[in-house]
Design a protein around this ligand. Structure first.
Ligand SMILES: Cc1cc2nc3c(=O)[nH]c(=O)nc-3n(C[C@H](O)[C@H](O)[C@H](O)COP(=O)(O)O)c2cc1C
Length: 386
Protein backbone atom coordinates (compact mmCIF):
# COMPACT_ATOMS: atom_id res chain seq x y z
CA UNK A 1 0.00 0.00 0.00
CA UNK A 2 1.07 3.59 -0.55
CA UNK A 3 2.57 5.49 2.34
CA UNK A 4 4.68 8.60 2.42
CA UNK A 5 6.57 10.91 4.74
CA UNK A 6 7.30 14.58 4.17
CA UNK A 7 10.13 16.48 5.87
CA UNK A 8 11.50 20.01 5.76
CA UNK A 9 11.17 23.42 7.37
CA UNK A 10 9.66 26.36 5.54
CA UNK A 11 12.98 28.24 5.40
CA UNK A 12 15.21 25.16 5.50
CA UNK A 13 17.17 23.97 2.47
CA UNK A 14 14.47 21.76 0.96
CA UNK A 15 11.32 19.72 1.28
CA UNK A 16 11.83 15.98 1.00
CA UNK A 17 9.30 13.22 0.33
CA UNK A 18 9.66 9.46 0.32
CA UNK A 19 6.72 7.72 -1.32
CA UNK A 20 6.66 3.96 -0.85
CA UNK A 21 4.37 1.46 -2.53
CA UNK A 22 3.93 2.83 -6.07
CA UNK A 23 3.50 -0.06 -8.52
CA UNK A 24 6.18 -0.54 -11.19
CA UNK A 25 5.86 0.39 -14.85
CA UNK A 26 4.07 3.73 -14.49
CA UNK A 27 5.31 6.49 -16.80
CA UNK A 28 6.11 9.59 -14.76
CA UNK A 29 6.33 13.04 -16.30
CA UNK A 30 8.35 15.33 -14.02
CA UNK A 31 7.06 18.43 -15.81
CA UNK A 32 3.51 17.53 -14.89
CA UNK A 33 4.55 17.49 -11.20
CA UNK A 34 6.18 20.91 -11.72
CA UNK A 35 2.95 22.19 -13.25
CA UNK A 36 0.99 21.12 -10.15
CA UNK A 37 3.60 22.86 -8.00
CA UNK A 38 3.25 26.01 -10.10
CA UNK A 39 -0.54 25.85 -9.79
CA UNK A 40 -0.23 25.65 -5.99
CA UNK A 41 1.78 28.87 -6.04
CA UNK A 42 -0.80 30.73 -8.13
CA UNK A 43 -4.17 32.21 -7.32
CA UNK A 44 -5.05 35.80 -6.60
CA UNK A 45 -4.33 36.71 -2.98
CA UNK A 46 -1.04 34.94 -2.43
CA UNK A 47 1.81 36.75 -0.69
CA UNK A 48 5.45 37.72 -1.36
CA UNK A 49 6.89 34.26 -0.68
CA UNK A 50 5.35 33.01 -3.91
CA UNK A 51 7.38 35.56 -5.88
CA UNK A 52 10.58 34.05 -4.45
CA UNK A 53 9.80 30.35 -4.85
CA UNK A 54 9.59 28.71 -8.28
CA UNK A 55 9.10 25.18 -7.14
CA UNK A 56 10.77 22.45 -9.17
CA UNK A 57 10.92 18.80 -8.19
CA UNK A 58 14.04 16.61 -8.39
CA UNK A 59 13.50 12.87 -8.36
CA UNK A 60 16.29 10.99 -6.63
CA UNK A 61 15.09 7.39 -6.47
CA UNK A 62 12.42 4.91 -7.48
CA UNK A 63 12.14 6.02 -11.13
CA UNK A 64 14.43 4.93 -13.95
CA UNK A 65 14.18 6.07 -17.56
CA UNK A 66 10.86 7.75 -16.77
CA UNK A 67 9.15 4.65 -15.30
CA UNK A 68 8.47 3.68 -11.68
CA UNK A 69 10.53 0.74 -10.44
CA UNK A 70 8.27 -0.25 -7.54
CA UNK A 71 10.92 0.94 -5.10
CA UNK A 72 10.60 3.98 -2.80
CA UNK A 73 10.45 7.29 -4.70
CA UNK A 74 12.39 10.20 -3.23
CA UNK A 75 11.47 13.72 -4.31
CA UNK A 76 13.07 16.98 -3.31
CA UNK A 77 11.87 20.57 -3.71
CA UNK A 78 14.47 23.19 -2.91
CA UNK A 79 13.50 26.30 -0.97
CA UNK A 80 14.94 29.23 -2.89
CA UNK A 81 14.49 31.38 0.22
CA UNK A 82 17.09 29.18 2.01
CA UNK A 83 19.90 31.45 0.80
CA UNK A 84 18.36 34.28 2.87
CA UNK A 85 17.90 32.06 5.94
CA UNK A 86 20.94 29.76 5.92
CA UNK A 87 22.63 31.54 8.83
CA UNK A 88 19.52 31.23 11.02
CA UNK A 89 18.19 27.87 9.91
CA UNK A 90 21.32 25.75 9.43
CA UNK A 91 21.42 22.43 11.30
CA UNK A 92 24.99 23.20 12.40
CA UNK A 93 25.67 24.51 15.91
CA UNK A 94 26.83 27.75 14.30
CA UNK A 95 23.17 28.70 13.63
CA UNK A 96 22.31 32.24 14.76
CA UNK A 97 19.39 31.57 17.09
CA UNK A 98 19.12 35.10 18.46
CA UNK A 99 17.82 36.71 15.24
CA UNK A 100 14.19 36.81 14.04
CA UNK A 101 12.96 35.06 17.17
CA UNK A 102 9.20 34.65 17.38
CA UNK A 103 7.94 35.24 20.91
CA UNK A 104 4.53 36.77 20.11
CA UNK A 105 2.21 33.87 19.14
CA UNK A 106 -0.28 34.45 16.31
CA UNK A 107 -3.90 33.54 17.12
CA UNK A 108 -5.11 30.89 14.67
CA UNK A 109 -1.66 29.34 14.36
CA UNK A 110 -0.21 26.55 16.46
CA UNK A 111 2.56 28.91 17.66
CA UNK A 112 1.59 28.94 21.34
CA UNK A 113 0.29 25.37 21.74
CA UNK A 114 3.26 24.02 19.75
CA UNK A 115 5.75 25.97 21.87
CA UNK A 116 4.19 24.65 25.08
CA UNK A 117 4.10 21.09 23.73
CA UNK A 118 7.69 20.93 22.43
CA UNK A 119 9.14 23.32 25.07
CA UNK A 120 10.30 25.97 22.58
CA UNK A 121 10.83 29.57 23.65
CA UNK A 122 11.39 30.65 20.05
CA UNK A 123 8.20 29.86 18.18
CA UNK A 124 10.09 29.92 14.89
CA UNK A 125 10.88 26.30 15.84
CA UNK A 126 7.13 25.64 15.58
CA UNK A 127 5.98 27.76 12.65
CA UNK A 128 8.78 26.61 10.35
CA UNK A 129 7.24 23.14 10.21
CA UNK A 130 3.58 23.98 10.83
CA UNK A 131 3.66 26.30 7.79
CA UNK A 132 1.66 25.38 4.71
CA UNK A 133 4.95 25.37 2.79
CA UNK A 134 4.76 21.66 3.63
CA UNK A 135 1.84 21.34 1.22
CA UNK A 136 4.29 21.67 -1.69
CA UNK A 137 5.63 18.23 -0.70
CA UNK A 138 2.11 16.77 -0.56
CA UNK A 139 1.29 18.32 -3.93
CA UNK A 140 4.36 16.61 -5.43
CA UNK A 141 3.09 13.27 -4.07
CA UNK A 142 -0.45 13.89 -5.33
CA UNK A 143 0.74 15.02 -8.76
CA UNK A 144 2.77 11.85 -9.12
CA UNK A 145 -0.04 9.58 -7.90
CA UNK A 146 -2.55 11.27 -10.22
CA UNK A 147 -0.39 10.12 -13.14
CA UNK A 148 -1.18 6.57 -12.02
CA UNK A 149 -4.89 7.29 -11.55
CA UNK A 150 -5.12 9.09 -14.92
CA UNK A 151 -3.83 5.90 -16.62
CA UNK A 152 -7.09 4.28 -15.47
CA UNK A 153 -9.10 7.23 -16.82
CA UNK A 154 -9.81 8.59 -13.36
CA UNK A 155 -9.94 12.39 -13.49
CA UNK A 156 -10.11 15.16 -10.93
CA UNK A 157 -11.31 18.75 -10.96
CA UNK A 158 -11.57 21.38 -8.22
CA UNK A 159 -13.10 24.83 -8.06
CA UNK A 160 -13.79 27.58 -5.56
CA UNK A 161 -17.50 27.86 -4.75
CA UNK A 162 -17.26 30.68 -2.23
CA UNK A 163 -14.59 33.09 -1.09
CA UNK A 164 -15.17 35.39 1.84
CA UNK A 165 -18.62 36.93 1.36
CA UNK A 166 -18.85 36.04 -2.37
CA UNK A 167 -20.71 32.90 -3.42
CA UNK A 168 -20.58 31.25 -6.83
CA UNK A 169 -24.30 31.49 -7.81
CA UNK A 170 -24.59 28.04 -9.33
CA UNK A 171 -23.70 25.41 -6.73
CA UNK A 172 -24.36 22.25 -8.76
CA UNK A 173 -22.13 22.55 -11.78
CA UNK A 174 -21.44 20.38 -14.76
CA UNK A 175 -17.91 18.92 -15.15
CA UNK A 176 -17.20 20.35 -18.63
CA UNK A 177 -18.51 23.81 -17.67
CA UNK A 178 -16.31 23.96 -14.59
CA UNK A 179 -13.26 22.70 -16.47
CA UNK A 180 -13.65 25.36 -19.16
CA UNK A 181 -14.56 28.27 -16.87
CA UNK A 182 -11.81 27.90 -14.23
CA UNK A 183 -9.11 28.26 -16.90
CA UNK A 184 -9.85 31.97 -17.15
CA UNK A 185 -10.35 32.65 -13.45
CA UNK A 186 -7.50 33.90 -11.24
CA UNK A 187 -9.40 32.55 -8.23
CA UNK A 188 -10.32 29.15 -9.72
CA UNK A 189 -14.04 29.97 -9.74
CA UNK A 190 -16.28 28.72 -12.54
CA UNK A 191 -18.40 31.89 -12.73
CA UNK A 192 -17.01 35.08 -14.34
CA UNK A 193 -19.02 37.54 -12.26
CA UNK A 194 -18.30 35.75 -9.01
CA UNK A 195 -14.58 35.57 -9.94
CA UNK A 196 -14.43 39.33 -10.42
CA UNK A 197 -16.25 39.91 -7.11
CA UNK A 198 -13.85 37.52 -5.33
CA UNK A 199 -10.83 39.43 -6.66
CA UNK A 200 -12.38 42.67 -5.38
CA UNK A 201 -13.08 41.09 -1.99
CA UNK A 202 -9.41 40.04 -1.73
CA UNK A 203 -8.27 43.58 -2.63
CA UNK A 204 -10.56 45.05 0.01
CA UNK A 205 -9.31 42.56 2.60
CA UNK A 206 -5.67 43.36 1.77
CA UNK A 207 -6.30 47.11 2.12
CA UNK A 208 -7.94 46.53 5.50
CA UNK A 209 -5.08 44.33 6.78
CA UNK A 210 -7.58 41.45 6.75
CA UNK A 211 -7.61 37.93 5.30
CA UNK A 212 -10.27 35.69 3.74
CA UNK A 213 -11.21 32.02 3.64
CA UNK A 214 -13.70 30.13 1.50
CA UNK A 215 -15.06 26.81 0.30
CA UNK A 216 -13.91 24.67 -2.61
CA UNK A 217 -15.33 21.59 -4.27
CA UNK A 218 -13.45 18.59 -5.66
CA UNK A 219 -14.99 16.22 -8.17
CA UNK A 220 -13.56 12.86 -9.26
CA UNK A 221 -14.95 10.85 -12.15
CA UNK A 222 -14.12 7.41 -13.49
CA UNK A 223 -14.23 5.53 -10.17
CA UNK A 224 -16.01 2.16 -10.29
CA UNK A 225 -18.54 1.15 -7.64
CA UNK A 226 -16.94 -0.86 -4.84
CA UNK A 227 -13.85 1.07 -3.68
CA UNK A 228 -13.49 1.37 0.08
CA UNK A 229 -15.48 -0.77 2.48
CA UNK A 230 -18.38 -0.66 4.91
CA UNK A 231 -17.12 -3.66 6.94
CA UNK A 232 -14.94 -1.72 9.36
CA UNK A 233 -14.77 1.96 10.38
CA UNK A 234 -11.16 2.50 9.39
CA UNK A 235 -11.73 1.15 5.88
CA UNK A 236 -14.57 3.54 5.05
CA UNK A 237 -13.46 5.71 2.13
CA UNK A 238 -15.54 8.68 3.32
CA UNK A 239 -13.61 8.78 6.60
CA UNK A 240 -10.25 8.38 4.90
CA UNK A 241 -10.95 11.16 2.38
CA UNK A 242 -12.23 13.49 5.10
CA UNK A 243 -9.07 12.90 7.14
CA UNK A 244 -6.85 13.68 4.17
CA UNK A 245 -8.68 16.94 3.43
CA UNK A 246 -8.99 17.93 7.08
CA UNK A 247 -5.22 17.56 7.47
CA UNK A 248 -4.59 20.46 5.09
CA UNK A 249 -3.47 23.56 6.98
CA UNK A 250 -6.46 25.87 7.44
CA UNK A 251 -9.24 23.40 6.51
CA UNK A 252 -12.00 23.44 9.13
CA UNK A 253 -14.87 21.58 7.48
CA UNK A 254 -15.30 18.74 4.99
CA UNK A 255 -18.50 17.69 3.24
CA UNK A 256 -19.35 14.75 1.02
CA UNK A 257 -22.18 15.21 -1.48
CA UNK A 258 -24.92 17.33 0.09
CA UNK A 259 -22.92 17.33 3.32
CA UNK A 260 -24.31 19.68 5.98
CA UNK A 261 -27.26 20.59 3.74
CA UNK A 262 -28.52 16.99 4.09
CA UNK A 263 -29.19 17.67 7.76
CA UNK A 264 -31.86 20.22 6.82
CA UNK A 265 -33.73 18.14 4.22
CA UNK A 266 -36.04 15.12 4.31
CA UNK A 267 -34.99 11.65 3.20
CA UNK A 268 -36.63 11.72 -0.22
CA UNK A 269 -34.92 15.04 -0.99
CA UNK A 270 -31.49 13.69 -0.11
CA UNK A 271 -31.21 10.11 -1.34
CA UNK A 272 -30.64 9.16 -4.95
CA UNK A 273 -33.19 6.78 -6.54
CA UNK A 274 -31.78 3.74 -8.37
CA UNK A 275 -32.69 2.97 -12.01
CA UNK A 276 -31.50 0.44 -14.52
CA UNK A 277 -31.14 0.81 -18.28
CA UNK A 278 -29.84 -1.72 -20.82
CA UNK A 279 -27.19 0.78 -21.97
CA UNK A 280 -26.35 2.55 -18.72
CA UNK A 281 -26.66 -0.34 -16.26
CA UNK A 282 -27.51 0.93 -12.78
CA UNK A 283 -27.74 4.70 -12.62
CA UNK A 284 -28.94 7.59 -10.44
CA UNK A 285 -30.64 10.77 -11.68
CA UNK A 286 -29.22 12.71 -8.70
CA UNK A 287 -26.01 12.57 -6.70
CA UNK A 288 -26.80 13.82 -3.19
CA UNK A 289 -24.56 11.08 -1.81
CA UNK A 290 -21.58 12.55 -3.67
CA UNK A 291 -20.56 9.14 -5.01
CA UNK A 292 -20.21 7.41 -1.64
CA UNK A 293 -22.69 5.26 0.27
CA UNK A 294 -21.61 3.37 3.40
CA UNK A 295 -18.02 4.40 2.81
CA UNK A 296 -18.00 2.67 -0.60
CA UNK A 297 -17.94 4.32 -4.04
CA UNK A 298 -21.23 3.83 -5.89
CA UNK A 299 -20.00 4.68 -9.38
CA UNK A 300 -21.30 8.26 -9.42
CA UNK A 301 -19.01 11.30 -9.46
CA UNK A 302 -17.25 11.75 -6.13
CA UNK A 303 -18.09 15.20 -4.74
CA UNK A 304 -16.10 16.58 -1.81
CA UNK A 305 -16.11 20.07 -0.34
CA UNK A 306 -13.71 21.71 2.07
CA UNK A 307 -14.03 24.96 4.02
CA UNK A 308 -10.88 26.97 4.66
CA UNK A 309 -10.69 29.51 7.47
CA UNK A 310 -9.25 32.98 6.78
CA UNK A 311 -5.43 33.10 6.85
CA UNK A 312 -4.42 33.60 10.51
CA UNK A 313 -1.39 35.87 9.99
CA UNK A 314 -2.87 39.37 9.95
CA UNK A 315 -1.20 42.59 8.86
CA UNK A 316 -3.41 44.26 11.50
CA UNK A 317 -2.48 41.71 14.16
CA UNK A 318 -4.77 40.55 16.95
CA UNK A 319 -3.90 40.82 20.62
CA UNK A 320 -1.32 38.40 21.92
CA UNK A 321 1.10 38.03 24.80
CA UNK A 322 4.90 37.91 24.60
CA UNK A 323 5.81 34.47 25.98
CA UNK A 324 9.05 35.77 27.54
CA UNK A 325 7.93 39.09 29.10
CA UNK A 326 4.24 38.12 29.52
CA UNK A 327 3.41 41.67 28.39
CA UNK A 328 0.37 42.27 26.13
CA UNK A 329 1.58 42.80 22.54
CA UNK A 330 0.38 42.54 18.96
CA UNK A 331 0.87 39.09 17.38
CA UNK A 332 3.91 38.57 15.12
CA UNK A 333 3.63 39.51 11.45
CA UNK A 334 5.26 37.14 8.96
CA UNK A 335 5.08 37.64 5.21
CA UNK A 336 1.77 36.06 4.37
CA UNK A 337 -1.06 35.37 1.94
CA UNK A 338 -4.31 37.34 2.08
CA UNK A 339 -6.25 34.37 0.73
CA UNK A 340 -5.05 30.89 -0.25
CA UNK A 341 -8.34 29.20 -1.14
CA UNK A 342 -7.48 28.88 -4.88
CA UNK A 343 -4.12 27.33 -3.92
CA UNK A 344 -5.88 25.01 -1.47
CA UNK A 345 -7.90 23.53 -4.37
CA UNK A 346 -4.61 22.17 -5.76
CA UNK A 347 -3.61 20.79 -2.36
CA UNK A 348 -7.07 19.24 -1.98
CA UNK A 349 -6.82 17.43 -5.32
CA UNK A 350 -3.34 16.22 -4.33
CA UNK A 351 -4.10 14.87 -0.86
CA UNK A 352 -6.98 12.68 -2.00
CA UNK A 353 -4.79 10.94 -4.62
CA UNK A 354 -2.95 8.56 -2.25
CA UNK A 355 -6.25 7.72 -0.52
CA UNK A 356 -7.97 6.81 -3.78
CA UNK A 357 -4.86 5.00 -5.04
CA UNK A 358 -4.76 2.90 -1.88
CA UNK A 359 -8.40 1.92 -2.32
CA UNK A 360 -7.53 0.85 -5.87
CA UNK A 361 -4.36 -0.99 -4.90
CA UNK A 362 -6.28 -2.85 -2.20
CA UNK A 363 -8.79 -4.08 -4.78
CA UNK A 364 -6.64 -4.58 -7.89
CA UNK A 365 -3.16 -5.55 -6.64
CA UNK A 366 -0.16 -3.37 -6.22
CA UNK A 367 3.00 -4.67 -7.88
CA UNK A 368 2.82 -3.75 -11.54
CA UNK A 369 0.63 -1.48 -13.69
CA UNK A 370 -0.10 -4.13 -16.36
CA UNK A 371 -1.45 -6.51 -13.71
CA UNK A 372 -3.53 -3.70 -12.24
CA UNK A 373 -4.92 -2.68 -15.65
CA UNK A 374 -5.96 -6.26 -16.36
CA UNK A 375 -7.71 -6.65 -12.99
CA UNK A 376 -9.30 -3.21 -13.51
CA UNK A 377 -10.68 -4.19 -16.93
CA UNK A 378 -11.99 -7.54 -15.63
CA UNK A 379 -13.73 -5.76 -12.78
CA UNK A 380 -15.39 -3.21 -15.06
CA UNK A 381 -16.65 -6.10 -17.27
CA UNK A 382 -18.06 -7.76 -14.16
CA UNK A 383 -19.71 -4.50 -13.00
CA UNK A 384 -21.34 -3.99 -16.43
CA UNK A 385 -22.77 -7.54 -16.34
CA UNK A 386 -23.94 -7.35 -12.72
C1 LIG B 1 -1.86 26.74 0.39
C2 LIG B 1 -1.94 27.35 1.75
C3 LIG B 1 -1.30 28.55 1.99
C4 LIG B 1 -1.36 29.14 3.25
N1 LIG B 1 -0.71 30.33 3.44
C5 LIG B 1 -0.72 30.90 4.66
C6 LIG B 1 -0.03 32.13 4.88
O1 LIG B 1 0.57 32.72 3.99
N2 LIG B 1 -0.08 32.66 6.13
C7 LIG B 1 -0.74 32.06 7.16
O2 LIG B 1 -0.76 32.59 8.26
N3 LIG B 1 -1.42 30.91 6.98
C8 LIG B 1 -1.41 30.31 5.76
N4 LIG B 1 -2.09 29.12 5.56
C9 LIG B 1 -2.90 28.55 6.66
C10 LIG B 1 -2.07 28.08 7.84
O3 LIG B 1 -0.99 27.28 7.43
C11 LIG B 1 -2.92 27.35 8.89
O4 LIG B 1 -4.08 28.07 9.17
C12 LIG B 1 -2.12 27.15 10.16
O5 LIG B 1 -1.03 26.28 9.90
C13 LIG B 1 -2.94 26.62 11.35
O6 LIG B 1 -3.47 25.36 11.05
P1 LIG B 1 -5.04 25.11 11.13
O7 LIG B 1 -5.66 26.31 10.50
O8 LIG B 1 -5.26 23.88 10.33
O9 LIG B 1 -5.41 24.98 12.57
C14 LIG B 1 -2.06 28.52 4.31
C15 LIG B 1 -2.68 27.28 4.07
C16 LIG B 1 -2.64 26.71 2.81
C17 LIG B 1 -3.33 25.41 2.57
Amino acid sequence: MLRFLTAGESHGPQLTVILEGMPSGIKIDRESINQWLADRQKGYGRGGRMAIERDQVSILSGIRGGYTLGSPITMVIENKDWTNWRELMTAEDTAVLSKRKVTRPRPGHVDLAGAIKYRHQDMRNVLERASARETAARVAVGALVWQFLNLLNIEVLAHVISLGPVKCPSQEMDWEVVQEQIRRSSVCCADDEASAAMVKAIDRAREAGETLGGVFEIMVRGLPPGLGSYVHWDRRLDGLLAQALMSIQGIKGVEIGLGFRAGFLSGSQVHDPIYYGAQEGFYRPTNGAGGLEGGVTNGEILVLRAAMKPIPTLMKPLASVDVITKEPVEATKERSDVCAVPAATVVGKAVIAPVLANALLEKFGHDNIDEIKKAWQDYWDYVRDF
